[in-house]
Design a protein around this ligand. Structure first.
Ligand code: SF4
Length: 214
């Protein structure tokens, strides 16, 4: 399961750090790694750059303004709406450790965006999770060139795993136990690397072979 895979990543990172005093500077993954808890662990606990898309359920599908249309002002600890009005919190977290930020209904009453922002309520509310600052770090990173580079790196690695599954038929393990899995995977990876090395060492076409011979 994906949650087990994500949990295993934390264990691996922790173990490598404890045994070898080594820690990655960035972690590249898909949306399964972009949960609030995982991002909080990466950014706040481990100081690892999260090169992963943020798992965001706050986006609205009905065409009304989503959370990304509001700006977080870290100094004032409040949101600003597209009209520049503040959304403030009482500072008391809910049972699931979330702070609710509310706009002032006087501002919203006379706002021309009301029908796109909070059509059925007198004011707008935004829930901010306890790990929201880590999620903001990931959102900012996602706009950088380094992030694009990371996506390309990830694609290359994913291609290798797809190749292992489809061409070398490693879609399931035949040997039992951890040792069996390790041996089988090692053999498949060796075969894959030999194939890649052969393709790399051999000329790509007869024309190229001729050119090399001349
Ligand atoms: S309705 Fe209220 S929160 Fe929404 S944009 Fe207008 S003033 Fe801002």
């Amino acid at each position: 399961y994906r949650t087990d895979e994500v949990e295993a990543t934390r264990t691996m990172v922790d173990r490598v750090e404890q045994r070898f005093d080594l820690k990655p500077t960035r972690l590249i993954g898909d949306t399964a790694y972009g949960t609030s808890e995982m991002l909080g662990w990466m950014v706040d606990e481990k100081d690892i750059e999260p090169h992963v898309p943020v798992w965001d359920k706050a986006q609205r599908k009905d065409g009304t303004l989503g959370r990304s249309d509001f700006t977080w002002d870290a100094d004032a600890a409040e949101y600003r709406c597209p009209r520049g009005r503040p959304l403030r919190s009482s500072g008391k977290p809910t049972a699931d450790n979330t702070l609710i930020y509310r706009s002032n209904f006087h501002d919203c009453g006379s706002c021309e965006l009301k029908s796109k922002c909070c059509p059925n309520t007198t004011h707008r509310k935004i829930a901010r999770q306890v790990n929201e600052s880590a999620r903001d770090v990931a959102r900012q990173l996602a706009k950088t060139k380094r992030y694009e580079q990371s996506r390309r790196h990830r694609k290359k690695v994913e291609m290798l795993f797809a190749h292992l599954k489809r061409i070398l038929k490693l879609d399931r393990l035949r040997l039992r136990g951890l040792k069996g899995a390790r041996d089988e995977f090692l053999l498949a990876a060796t075969a894959q690397n030999l194939r890649r090395m052969a393709a790399w060492l051999m000329p790509r076409s007869p024309e190229a072979a001729m050119a090399t011979a001349l």
